[in-house]
Every structure is written in C-alpha cells, then in structure tokens.
Design a protein around this ligand. Structure first.
Ligand SMILES: Cc1ncc(COP(=O)(O)O)c(C=O)c1O
Length: 452
C-alpha cells in the first residue's frame, strides 16, 4: 500500500521571494551605516559566497574524512595567525568552535583538567576536603565565563572578581590583593581570565602583568579575545595585546572583527597536549586508537561538537584572496573612526564620556546642562539612567540607527560599536542629532526621566 500524504508542493517563486524579503528586512542590518549597536560583523560579501558553498557541500569539519579542506585549512590559518600571537611553532594548536562562548567554556575545561587532575572522571569528589576550586575574572568579564563556571561544576559563586582601574581594565595590584584574600577564604584559584576587548567598553587588560601573576601563582591564563584578538593582525594596534604569547589559551571570534558570517571562532592553545586533555572519550566509531596521517588532522578530539560547521573556510578564503591588509585596514579604520567619534563627543557639552575608547566600542551619555529650566543643573543617578534607556529605545524604534546600552558604574550609557567601514563621522553626527532630539523631547514630555 502506498503511504498517504500530501504531494510535494510545486516550487513557488513568489513565496521564496517573500521569505527572503522578510528575512532581509527584519532584524539588524549589518551592512547599513546606521548599524552601530552590536559586535556582529558587517560581513565581506565574498565570505557570504563561501558560506553558501559550505551549506551546499555540507562537509562537517570535526573529521578529516568528511571535511578534508576545512581540516587542513584550520592548520593553515592557525600557522598564519600565530605569526601575530607568537606561540612556539610546533607546540601550539588551534581548534574552531561554534562561538566564543563555547571557546571560553572549552578553554576553562582544559584549564580545570590540567590544574585539577581527577575532576573529569571523579567530579567534585576529586577535590573533597581541599580548598574550593575558583576562577579569577575581571569584574567586567563576559557572561559566558560565569556560565562556564556553572557548567563545569566550579559554581559561579566561586568566581573571584578582580577590581578594575579607571580605564575598566583589571588592576594588576588589586588583582594580587584579591587573590590573596581568596586564598584566606579557602579558595583555590586555578585559572585567571583576562579580556582583550571587554564587551561593555572594549577595554584591554594588562596581559604581561597578569601573565607574571599567573606564573607566580601557577594559574592557567585564559585570554578572552573574542572581540579584540583581531587587533593582532594590525601592526599599529597589536601592542594592545602585549604579552599574549604567554597566555595558555586565547578565544578569537572571526565573526566579530574579521568580518565573516557567524559563527567562526578560533581557540588557540599554547600547548597542544593540554588541548587534547579537554575531552577524553573513547568512541571507536570516530576516534581510531591508531592514528594515521589523515586522522591526525581531525579536530574532533579538541572540540565539543561532533558535527561542526566548516566555519574556517570563509576566513581562509578572504585571507587567501585579499591577504592580511584587508583585515588590518578595516580594523584600523574602525578604531580611528571611534577615536574621532570620541573627540566629537568631548567637544559637545551635551554629552559625557565615561571612558576613552581603546578599540571600536564607545560609550557615552546624553547629559545636558539646564535640566528643569535651571541653568547648570544636570540629571544624575536614576533619572540619568532612565533617560539613556529611553533614548536608546526611541532611537531603535525610529529605525535609522541601531545602538545598544550598557550600565557603567550602575548608570546606563549609550553604546556604539563600529563594525562596518561604511560608517563615517557624518553618520555619527547624524546619530548625535537624533539622540539630542529624542533626549530633549523626552525631558520635556510625560515620559521624562524625572517623572517615571
Ligand atoms: C568578550 C566576549 N567574549 C565572549 C563573547 C561571546 O562570543 P559569542 O557571541 O561568539 O558566543 C562575546 C560576545 O559578544 C564577547 O564580547
């Protein structure tokens, strides 16, 4: 008997056009100069073409037998980019993961396995009776690190938050004191996480100083460079990551400042053996006991995913076709633009800038004098906070610009991230005009910040 079901619908061109149109029109417009709100790349179109090919050939990248080119190319890109990191050739390794959050989790897993032997198989009972394992992080660390602590059975309450200086970077002297206090509270810090480009303001922690501290205390040093590691490819900006070659591991998102479609994340390890210790499974259907020259290319032993997108292909294609300068020029332009935007704000008495940008993330507040008709009076505290949030909402719903917000010292600030080389200072000035109009209107209206 033939099964009963509907017949396959005839191809409907209009329906397809409707789907594509709806997809393109809704959500963020990463290629528009009005998009300044998040860290997803304004994608280089050629990378989109390669991504389409990846979808069609569908060669998962964890195993060489399925994805020969992606597995070989992971090695090529690892060598290429390591020229700017500086790990010892032949000792380091790199693996791609589906996003920076997963890379952070994987690195912390490797750190835990290295520093707390027995935890992988025995769980927390491996450290029963000993000081509680803990991870030290900058107070502004990305939330994925706190999540990782929960997932790894360390517990997010065992995060030791290190103090920041006025530039929102980890304060090395304060970190030393915080680690000593943690020891007194019966914590065993085994890993220190630094940021190279924090999410909120793009701050770069002092890696050399933190590497000294890590060496002294026998800590694994992980650098979350999801946002800022890409600055390494620029001769002018690489200095922001001075000391990176001393980190045990480094997260690097190419879908942020390398302008390829998401996800495309690389996790570098200084020492190849520790990468392999992150996961320890026997699975005879994929992991051969005896490696041959082909299985040695597999990345499956180093990443959590079994089926993994061949994400490196987009990055490699751009690198192979245009070379490093494509990336360096775009990154340098975006950082320069952000500096110019900061200067525009500083010259305008209606705005306050709580930080000086180090890369392409800039936070500021609309903070005019003369509030409530009183010359010189400025909003503060909750009212100032509410005003920024209301402005962000207005700007977003008007649809000309997409910006975000972040709380700095408990008060909201408007946040722009320059991810697209089509943005100019003129676009930024247009944004500021719109912010001023929205701000003045809100202050005068019932939705005003003092009236909520
Ligand atoms: C510093 C930092 N780390 C980690 C992440 C998470 O990366 P992903 O979104 O690729 O998971 C982000 C994302 O914005 C980030 O800014």
């Amino acid at each position: 008997m033939t099964p009963q079901h509907d017949t396959v619908a005839a191809f409907d061109e209009e329906r397809l056009a409707g789907i594509i149109d709806l997809y393109i029109r809704t959500g963020i417009q990463v290629l528009s100069p009005g998009y300044m709100g998040r860290q997803f790349s304004g994608v280089v179109p050629l990378a989109g073409v390669i991504d389409f090919v990846s979808s069609m050939v569908s060669q998962p990248a964890s195993f060489y037998e399925a994805g020969q080119l992606p597995n070989a190319v992971e090695r090529v890109m690892a060598e290429e980019l390591n020229r700017f990191i500086g790990y010892a050739p032949g000792r380091f390794t790199m693996v791609t993961t589906s996003g920076g959050s997963l890379a952070n989790l994987t690195a912390l897993l490797a750190a835990r396995n290295e520093k707390l032997p027995g935890y992988w198989s025995q769980g927390a009972s491996a450290v029963r009776g000993q000081p509680r394992p803990a991870i030290a992080v900058g107070a502004d660390v990305h939330y994925s690190v706190a999540r990782a602590a929960g997932v790894l059975g360390i517990g997010d309450a065992q995060l030791v938050r290190l103090p920041l200086n006025g530039r929102q970077q980890i304060d090395a002297a304060g970190a030393r004191a915080a680690l000593a206090a943690a020891e007194r509270h019966n914590l065993r810090v085994f890993c220190l996480v630094a940021s190279a480009g924090s999410t909120s303001v793009g701050a770069f922690d002092p890696l050399d100083d933190l590497a000294d501290l890590a060496a002294e205390k026998d800590l694994w040093l992980h650098v979350d460079g999801a946002h800022g590691a890409s600055l390494l490819v620029s001769d002018a900006l690489r200095g922001k990551l001075r000391g990176i070659e001393r980190a045990d591991s480094l997260t690097w998102d190419a879908h942020k400042m390398m302008f390829v479609p998401a996800p495309c994340t690389m996790l570098f390890y200084r020492n190849r053996e520790t990468a392999l210790s992150a996961f320890r499974q026997k699975a005879s259907y994929v992991f051969d006991e005896e490696q041959d020259i082909y299985t040695a290319f597999d990345s499956g032993g180093k990443n959590f995913e079994c089926t993994k997108r061949p994400m490196i292909m987009t990055l490699w294609a751009l690198w192979a076709i245009y070379g490093r300068s494509l990336f360096a020029e775009k990154i340098e332009y975006l950082c320069r633009l952000t500096g110019e935007a900061h200067a525009i704000l500083r010259d305008d008495p209606d705005f306050a800038t709580p930080h000086r940008p180090e890369a392409n993330i800039l936070c500021f507040r609309y903070h005019p004098a003369g509030f409530g008709g009183k010359p010189g009076k400025r909003l503060d505290g909750k009212a100032l906070h509410r005003l920024q949030v209301a402005i962000r909402n207005r700007v977003k719903s008007a649809g000309n610009f997409f910006i975000s917000k972040v709380d700095i010292d408990g008060v909201a600030a408007l946040r722009v991230v320059m991810m697209n080389h089509r943005i100019t200072t003129e676009h930024f000035r247009m944004l500021l005009s719109e912010i001023k109009r929205a701000g003045q209107d809100l202050i005068a209206s019932d939705e005003g910040p003092g009236k909520a």
